[in-house]
Design a protein around this ligand. Sequence first.
Ligand SMILES: Cc1cc2nc3c(=O)[nH]c(=O)nc-3n(C[C@H](O)[C@H](O)[C@H](O)COP(=O)(O)OP(=O)(O)OC[C@H]3O[C@@H](n4cnc5c(N)ncnc54)[C@H](O)[C@@H]3O)c2cc1C
Length: 488
Amino acid sequence: MTITRTDVLVVGAGPAGLTAAIALGRAGAHVTLVERRTALSPFPRATGVSLRTMELLRAWGLEHDIRAGALDVGTDGWIGPALTAPGQTVPTGFPNPAQAAELSPTTPAIAPQDHLEPVLLRHLQSLTGTDVRFGAEVVAVEQDDDGVRADVRTATGVETVYARYVIGADGARSAVRRAADIGMTGPGDVGAYLAVVFRGPVADLLGEPRHGLHMLVRPGPPWVMLPTDRTDRWVFSMTWDPASESLDDYPRERLVELVRAAAGAPDLPVDIVWTGDFTFTALIADTYRDRRLFLVGDAAHRMTPRGAAGMNTAIHDGYDLGWKLGWVLKGWADESLLDSYETERYPVGLRNVERSAVGAARRDVSADYLDELADRIPHAWLPDGRSTLDLLGSGLTLLAGPQGASWVDQAMGLRHDGAVPVEARTVDASTAGVLGIGASGAVLVRPDGRPTTRWAAAPAASALGLAVRAVLFDLDPGRTRDGRSEAA
Ligand SMILES: Cc1cc2nc3c(=O)[nH]c(=O)nc-3n(C[C@H](O)[C@H](O)[C@H](O)COP(=O)(O)OP(=O)(O)OC[C@H]3O[C@@H](n4cnc5c(N)ncnc54)[C@H](O)[C@@H]3O)c2cc1C
């Protein structure tokens, strides 16, 4: 029998698992990622890559590769009776380019998941210490105080993987979640949809500006049409009733007529590529963790596509847990840092699940994008053309005002082998103002941009050391699972 030993076993090569594995790999951990499919999913699924997601991908040097497969469309939605009829734009919860430029060094993108996932996979496979296996399904998970044992079924038999931690990034029907006997709570199924992936020259029917989402108003819930590649691949979806209908009731001719009706083009050439059904489901796991088992992405929360938060929340979960676990494995942080994964990510998951159950028709989504930026330092362009976000390193970063030279000395004093690096930098007065620290103040920032402590002026020599310790031991008494940190 083949036995593998690894620091972290990541189960599932969707956006959550790929991101978690990259964050761990970049922190130097040995990661084994297993995926039961023999290749990445070929379906476009999510297309909205949010502003915060693009910031994280940009920091990893992947922005260019993502944009290479992004569509030349705006992030606003469009609503009308048919694509060729007059309609109007509607907010989707993503910022437009002008709004994004105020907030960030990048902009959101409309790029399908089957483009994004290969970009993440290539980056993961370029990191040392990472082992990616397709056609490998986790069928059993058991943990004790020392680690986790997982049985992984492959084409040649069942292998055993011993890991210090397991990340369940295995989607809506998570085997890791079931092994940990973690339940899910929430509204549950809130709609049943039929989805059709097709190819056709729909773009020829459309004027400018182009949109990433079209809602077609009908009696009952709107139909949806989404462009999902740079040429002619589209998705059409509509509600249906699986209790009284089956896919057999939708032969190719009927689907073609539905697509043409949605387009408002009776002669549109339509090549049906795939047809299937899915439910809109809104649920959240009762906990994101059972000792050495963690849940990320759809394994932790199921969102409807409304608000386009499912994939983005999955990526943010994977990123958050990945760097924290990486720091614990490196010996930079205490295990208690891992408690902050649930306290920080559960409230976000809960909010996004609840929002996705309601949808844009019944609430104002126009400023939703601000929420995912709320926990990081503000972006400002520096005189050298970089963003404040570009100053963040893989350890902690101390940003001090222009008269903050003593901060740099304090940070130097914390340097010793095996300790988390604290990189101190002074910034110009204007940037210090944006960061809210003044000329001789400073702010301590985690690698994800979250400010942990702010000082208005240089304090006693021990203050920085204590603040660093508070991050590494997750000493943040102001935070609970149901509320944001009061710190900073
Ligand atoms: C039709 C459809 C449309 C969608 N549209 C949108 C949208 O517009 N916007 C949006 O944000 N989101 C959308 N989503 C949701 C989005 O795709 C998910 O939120 C996202 O993929 C979650 O990523 P994940 O990595 O958590 O899970 P997944 O992408 O589901 O990845 C989980 C992976 O784990 C693997 N796996 C499962 N069990 C095991 C096991 N035991 N062992 C090994 N591997 C295992 C699976 O094969 C899969 O590859 C849509 C989803 C669907 C199905």
